[in-house]
Design a protein around this ligand. Sequence first.
Ligand SMILES: O=C(CO)[C@H](O)[C@H](O)COP(=O)(O)O
Ligand SMILES: [Co+2]
Length: 218
Amino acid sequence: MVKVAPSILASDFSKMGQTVKELTDSGADWIHIDVMDGQFVPPITFGHQMVEAIRPYTDLPLDVHLMVEKPENQIDFFVKAGADCISVHVEATKHLHKTIHSIKEAGLKAGVVLNPATPIGFVEPVIGDIDFVLQMTVNPGFGGQSFIPSTLNQIKALRTLIDDKQLPVDIQVDGGVNQETALACIDAGATILVAGSAILGHADYSDAIKQIRGEKKV
Ligand SMILES: O=C(CO)[C@H](O)[C@H](O)COP(=O)(O)O
Ligand SMILES: [Co+2]
């Protein structure tokens, strides 16, 4: 069964703890936390303090998506704050191998993120060292964008790469994932679906999560 990770980027920041609790009670698998620094992407969202603040509201894995330059400088902060998974963009660091290993050595799951135009070959040298690849299905920086259809080819190529090597590596997708595009992502080989507006913009979180997981007809 695929996992669904609601992104709190789409939630009301003044009620974050309560929203995380509601998402947990609605059947979410992971909670996705979009950290943006105003450099790697234009907006600034929040830092490790947000992880610390929401940690008491859920036992689910807190999945930190670092959209920051030099993510290697942030790992210790997020480990101490209570993150369970940290993903870093290949485009944001000159020290990908070292950064992944610092996440793993802290006992967390490590992910590597690819932008829509980044060749999947960039993750190949470290594919055996990580827990998941995050294929962006929009350009990072903003919630509520439209899914980029050409990224389905990236997901399929990643699935072939991972299966050929028989690795236990998940494929996470992020951006424009809704009740319709989720099915195409699952068919292409995705196993963890991040969704912000499609869940937080829905009146019933539980229904939205089931629909994205493909358990319930739209
Ligand atoms: O990483 C992200 C943006 O850079 C977000 O996780 C993503 O955009 C989720 O929002 P939505 O489902 O509304 O597209
Ligand atoms: Co994200």
